[in-house]
Design a protein around this ligand. Structure first.
Ligand SMILES: Cc1cc2nc3c(=O)[nH]c(=O)nc-3n(C[C@H](O)[C@H](O)[C@H](O)COP(=O)(O)OP(=O)(O)OC[C@H]3O[C@@H](n4cnc5c(N)ncnc54)[C@H](O)[C@@H]3O)c2cc1C
Ligand code: SF4
Length: 570
C-alpha cells in the first residue's frame, strides 16, 4: 500500500471536530498555533439545512433513514449503525455506540443541556468510597466554565444549590403550560423544579442573533442561536488563517517514534488512499471510545498494547449515564384551546438531584428532564393514540377509530402527554471497557472496538427510584402513566449502556501513571506531546450531561498546550 506523506509539519493535529476538537481548534488557533483538523465526516453548514422545512415538503415527512436515525430534518449524520463501521459486544453484555459523522460531530443535534459538574462530583470516592476521585477540583475548572459561558452563551438561573453550581447566565425562557403543572405537583411533593440550563442564546450574544423560538434545535440552527462547533467555534478559528480542516479523513492510528507522537495516518474516504500528516503535538478528540480505539490500534515496540497504554487502562472505566422514562396522559391538558407554546428546542424547566444518597440504596444521583407540549407535529407523532381512550373507562368512546373520530382524538389529546426522563450517574468499573476485536475490521481495514459493559446493583436501584418517583409525579398531576412499571426482570426499564450517549472514561486522568492514562492536563503520562481532549479523560461520570465539561477540559488542556509550546517544552 502506498502512503502519501506530507512534508509539512503542523504545530498541532486535532482528530475530530466535535465538542472537544472544536474547542481545541478555537483555543489553539487563537494562540497562534498552525493547526490541522482531521474529520471523518463531511462538511456541514446549518444555514443550508432543514430549519425552515415543513414536514409536508418531504415525501418522507421527516422519517428516519439509516444515515439519519433521528429523521431527515435532524442535523445528525451518523447514528447507532454506520454502514461499513461495525463494532461488537462481548457475549452476554450490551453497549450501544452512537457516533456522529459530520463536521461538528454530535454537537449539531445534541440537546444543548449545559450543566456544570459540582464540587462533590470531583471527589466522589472521598464521599462514598466508590469509583475514584479526580486529580482536579471544581475550583480549578470553574474559571473555564465561566469562560465558556461567556464565549458560547447559556441560559439559566443561579439557585444556590451546592452541588449544582450556577454560571454566567442569559435569561431563561418562560415555562410552558405543562411545565407549570409538573412544577405545581412537584412543589406539593417537595421536589425542586428550576429553569433549565441550555446553551441557547435568549439575547444577541457575541455577534450571534437571539433565538427566535422556532423550537427546532435538533435541526441545528440557521441563525446560529444555539451551540454547535460549526456555528460557534470553527468560524473564528478559520478566520485566524491558522486552521486547515480535512474532511472525510478517517484516522487509522497515531504515528510514533523515539518517545514522541509524530502525527497520524488516515484514509481519505473519497479516494480510499492512505495519507500521513505530521505534527509537533497530537490531540485526540474523536469521542471517548474512538480515541481509545486509535490508541489501542497504534502499536509499536515501545507500546505493544497500544500507544500511551503502559498502565493497561486504555479502554477501561468506560461509563455511560443511566436512563429511564415514564410518560403520562394528563386529563387537565386535554381539549386545550390553541395557545402559544413558543420556546427553545428543549425543556424550559428541569429537576436537579434533590435527595440524600446516604438514606438510599444507591450511591449517586440523577436529574430529570421534562418533555411534552404542543410542538410542531413530526413523523410518527402521538404514536399509540388508538389506546388513549381506553385509559378513561367512563369516557365518551372506546379505542380505535378513523376519519372524523380520529381527528377529534388528535385535537383532544394533542399536548396532553408529559414525560419525565431520568439521567443518572453510574459508577466507573474497570470491568466496563472497550477493546480491539481481533477478528473484525471496518470498511477501511481498521480493527474495530468490542464492548464489554454491565450495569451493577447501584444503577438498577437508582432507576427503580426514578420509575417510582416519576409515577408519583404523574399521579399527583391526576394523570395516567402510559405503560406499566417495569419489573426487576426488565431492569426496571433501564436503558442499554451507551443509549444515553454520554459515554466517557476509557483514557482517564489521574496523578498515578500506573492507574491512569492522562495527567490532569489531559496529557498522556507516557508520551508528552499526546493529548486526549474529549470525554475520555473523565474519572467519574456525574449525572450532569457531559458536554459542558468536555468543553471546559478541552479549553484548559489547549491553554496548557499553548503555554508549553511557547516555553519550548512541546
Ligand atoms: C441526540 C443527542 C443528544 C445529546 N444531548 C446532550 C445534551 O443535552 N447535553 C450534553 O451535555 N450532551 C449531549 N449529548 C452528547 C454530546 O453530543 C457529546 O457529549 C459531545 O458531542 C461529545 O463531544 P466529542 O467531541 O467527544 O465527540 P463528537 O461530538 O462525537 O465528535 C467526534 C468527532 O470525531 C470524528 N471522528 C471519530 N472518529 C474519527 C476518526 N477515526 N478519524 C477522524 N475523525 C473521527 C467524528 O466524525 C465526530 O465528528 C447528546 C448526544 C446526542 C447524539
Ligand atoms: S429554537 Fe432557537 S436556537 Fe433552536 S433552532 Fe430555533 S431559533 Fe435556533
Amino acid at each position: 500500500m502506498q502512503i502519501k506523506e506530507s512534508t509539512k509539519e503542523y504545530d498541532v493535529c486535532i482528530v475530530g471536530s466535535g465538542a472537544g476538537g472544536g474547542m481545541a481548534a478555537h483555543e489553539l488557533t487563537q494562540a497562534g498555533a498552525d493547526v490541522v483538523m482531521l474529520e471523518a465526516g463531511g462538511w456541514f453548514d446549518s444555514e443550508d439545512f432543514a430549519m425552515f422545512t415543513w414536514p409536508y415538503e418531504s415525501p418522507r415527512r421527516g422519517g428516519s433513514t439509516r444515515e439519519q436515525p433521528f429523521g431527515e430534518f435532524d442535523a445528525c449524520f451518523g447514528g447507532w449503525d454506520i454502514e461499513g463501521e461495525p463494532y461488537t459486544t462481548t457475549e452476554g453484555t450490551k453497549f450501544d455506540w452512537f457516533r456522529g459523522r459530520m463536521l461538528g460531530g454530535r454537537t449539531n443535534h445534541w440537546g444543548r443541556i449545559s450543566l456544570r459538574f459540582g464540587p462533590d462530583d470531583f471527589r466522589v470516592k472521598s464521599i462514598d468510597g466508590m469509583g475514584e476521585d479526580w486529580p482536579i477540583t471544581y475550583e480549578e475548572i470553574s474559571p473555564y466554565y465561566d469562560r465558556i459561558d461567556r464565549l458560547i452563551g447559556v441560559f439559566g438561573t443561579n439557585e444556590g444549590i451546592p452541588n449544582e453550581p450556577g454560571g454566567i447566565y442569559l435569561p431563561p425562557p418562560e415555562p410552558r403550560c405543562y411545565e407549570h403543572l409538573i412544577k405545581d405537583s412537584c412543589d406539593n411533593m417537595g421536589i425542586p423544579v428550576i429553569p433549565s440550563r441550555l446553551s441557547i442564546i435568549t439575547k444577541p450574544h457575541n455577534g450571534r442573533a437571539a433565538c427566535h423560538y422556532c423550537g427546532q434545535c435538533n435541526r441545528s440552527c440557521a441563525t446560529h442561536s444555539n451551540f454547535s462547533t460549526p456555528s460557534v467555534l470553527l468560524p473564528p478559528a478559520l478566520e485566524t488563517g491558522n486552521l486547515e480542516i480535512i474532511n472525510n479523513a478517517m484516522v487509522r492510528e497515531v504515528t510514533y517514534s523515539d518517545g514522541k507522537a509524530r502525527g497520524v495516518s488516515y484514509v481519505n474516504k473519497k479516494d480510499r488512499k492512505e495519507y500521513k500528516v505530521r505534527a509537533k503535538v497530537v490531540v485526540l478528540a474523536a469521542s471517548a471510545c474512538e480515541s481509545a480505539r486509535l490508541l489501542l490500534n497504534s502499536k509499536s515496540t515501545d507500546f505493544p498494547a497500544g500507544l500511551a497504554n503502559s498502565s493497561g487502562t486504555v479502554g477501561k472505566y468506560l461509563m455511560d449515564t443511566t436512563g429511564t422514562s415514564v410518560a403520562g396522559l394528563i386529563p387537565k391538558l386535554m381539549d386545550m384551546p390553541a395557545h402559544n407554546e413558543d420556546g427553545v428546542g428543549g425543556m424550559h424547566l428541569y429537576i436537579p438531584w434533590w435527595e440524600d444518597n446516604s438514606k438510599l440504596d444507591f450511591a449517586r444521583g440523577y436529574h430529570v428532564e421534562l418533555w411534552g407540549g404542543r410542538g410542531m407535529p413530526s413523523y410518527g407523532f402521538m404514536g399509540g393514540i388508538q389506546n388513549y381512550n381506553d385509559m378513561f373507562r367512563n369516557g365518551p368512546k372506546r379505542s380505535g377509530g378513523y376519519g372524523k373520530s380520529l381527528k377529534e382524538d388528535y385535537r383532544k389529546y394533542y399536548g396532553s402527554i408529559v414525560g419525565l426522563s431520568g439521567r443518572g450517574e453510574s459508577i466507573g468499573y474497570e470491568d466496563n471497557y472497550c477493546e480491539i476485536d481481533p477478528n473484525v475490521v471496518d470498511e477501511w481495514g481498521i480493527p474495530v472496538l468490542r464492548f464489554n459493559y454491565n450495569w451493577s446493583e447501584q444503577e438498577y436501584n437508582q432507576v427503580r427510584h426514578m420509575q417510582n418517583t416519576f409515577r408519583s409525579i404523574i399521579d399527583e398531576m391526576g394523570g395516567h402513566a402510559l405503560w406499566d412499571m417495569p419489573g426487576k426482570e426488565d431492569g426496571y426499564g433501564i436503558s442499554n449502556p451507551g443509549q444515553i450517549i454520554h459515554e466517557v472514561g476509557t483514557t482517564r486522568m489521574g496523578d498515578d501513571p500506573n492507574t491512569s492514562v492522562l495527567n490532569k492536563h489531559c496529557q498522556a503520562h507516557d508520551v508528552d506531546n499526546l493529548f486526549v481532549l474529549d470525554g475520555g479523560s473523565f474519572v467519574s461520570q456525574p449525572h450532569k450531561n457531559t458536554t459542558w465539561t468536555i468543553l471546559a477540559l478541552s479549553m484548559r488542556g489547549s491553554e496548557y498546550i499553548a503555554e508549553e509550546m511557547k516555553k519550548g517544552n512541546l
